[in-house]
Design a protein around this ligand. Structure first.
Ligand code: NAD
Ligand code: DAU
Length: 353
């Protein structure tokens, strides 16, 4: 048996693949298009490991995914592959429509064909787990209750609209064709191997290189933060025990304003890697023009996954953020390779033909 993971060279996908192979010998076929966000350096520790088969390719390539499914006969698909950065979706939505909507549609089509040809015994075990986001529910006011699985969809950015569309396709393939799908909607992740365009790794990198720490608008927008390894354990739990067709919200009950998050990062950096002038990294905070259509607040009610599947996050925000800052301090070469673009050289050389 094996599982097919898509987007397994990105931030969450690579954490998922590494954790999976730490806990199980079940092989992973890792399909990733290696966009700017895909980085095989994240998976360097798996070099020569026969349990990990990396395939460079697009989830929107029906022939490729149909071939991979037919040859490897995975018992599950975990679909991480997506364009994921809200700001990029505002500047150029087209890639998001292609990867997140058309890509998911084609992967579902290949899955439908695969599933129809599976022996009944294997079919009973098969699962398609779609990794989605809390952003599909839109924005909360300060007093609104946290998002539950029954909240109506109200996506506000091209990114969240494309994820919402993919969630609807996944739902429809269950309802119409009986594909055994599971959908997870998770809050903001942070941790090792996150591309330094997202708030937390960007601010750690900028702090250490003497650049401004840019906060959009008044910095009072709220996000609900979850350590990436806890997201991965939740996905494993949903895959193992979730009910077909169900949605599971995943979150860590860690609502923080962006200003609070950046203050916390500065305080940890002041302790672990102080500025040479003895002043706080807070001096580098600047308030910049807000993101268009910026959602004010996200919050996840994780009661369902906790009660039905017994999942709980292992990290608090305080323990997870400290581990994360330490990871970035210990992995400056990785950061430099990403920010200088060096990580693409190996990919270009390897895949030129
Ligand atoms: P990421 O941008 O770091 O990684 C995405 C990966 O998908 C990259 O390796 C990229 O090369 C690959 N990819 C993109 N388009 C592809 C395509 N068409 N075919 C094959 N591979 C493709 O993203 P991430 O932060 O790791 O997010 C992973 C998933 O989790 C996404 O679906 C995202 O919507 C969802 N999610 C992310 C967060 C978060 O806070 N980062 C929270 C909730 C849900
Ligand atoms: O909620 C889950 C989502 O979290 C995922 O679906 C997305 O893939 C992921 O990118 C993330 O989206 P956000 O837009 O919330 O993440 P980002 O790190 O880009 O921004 C977090 C908050 O910080 C947000 O309110 C915008 C703000 N911000 C971000 C950047 C990059 C700043 O104030 N300054 C910045 O420079």
């Amino acid at each position: 048996m094996a599982i097919l993971v898509t987007g397994g060279a990105g931030f969450i996908g690579s954490n998922f693949v590494l954790d999976w192979l730490q806990q199980s010998d079940e092989p992973v076929i890792n399909l990733d298009a290696l966009t700017y966000a895909g980085n095989l350096e994240n998976l360097a520790s798996l070099e020569g490991d026969g349990r990990h088969l990396f395939v460079k390719g697009d989830i929107g390539d029906f022939d490729l995914t149909a071939h991979l499914l037919a040859v490897h006969q995975p018992r599950a698909i975990v679909n991480f592959a997506a364009e994921s950065h809200v700001d990029r979706s505002i500047h150029g939505p087209e890639d998001f429509i292609q990867a997140n909507i058309v890509g998911t549609f084609r992967l579902l089509e290949a899955t439908r064909m695969y599933q129809s040809e599976l022996a009944e015994s294997v079919k009973a075990q098969f699962r398609f787990l779609h990794v989605s986001t809390d952003e599909v529910y839109g924005s909360l006011t300060q007093d609104d209750p946290a998002f539950t699985e029954t909240n109506r969809y109200a996506p506000n950015s091209p990114y969240s609209a494309s994820k919402a569309a993919s969630d609807h396709l996944v739902r429809a393939y269950h309802h119409t064709y009986g594909i055994p799908v599971l959908t997870t909607n998770c809050s903001n992740n942070y941790g090792p191997w996150q591309f330094p365009e997202k708030l937390i790794p960007l601010c750690i990198h900028n702090a250490l290189t003497g650049k401004p720490l840019p906060l959009y608008g008044d910095g009072q927008q709220i996000r609900d933060w979850l350590y990436v390894k806890d997201h991965c354990s939740a996905i494993r739990q949903v895959l193992a025990a979730g009910t077909h067709g169900d949605i599971y919200n995943i979150g860590g009950w860690n609502e923080k304003s962006n200003l609070e998050v950046v203050h916390t990062l500065c305080a940890i950096l002041d302790e672990l890697s102080p500025r040479t002038d003895g002043r706080s990294y807070k001096k580098q905070i600047v308030f910049v023009q807000d993101r268009p259509g910026h959602d004010r607040r996200y919050a996840i009610d994780a009661t369902k996954i906790e009660h039905e599947l017994g999942w709980r996050p292992a990290e608090t925000f305080e323990s997870g953020i400290r581990k994360t800052v330490q990871w970035y301090l210990d992995n400056q070469t990785w950061v430099q390779n990403v920010t200088s673009g060096t990580y693409r050289h190996w990919v270009d050389k390897q895949y030129k033909k």
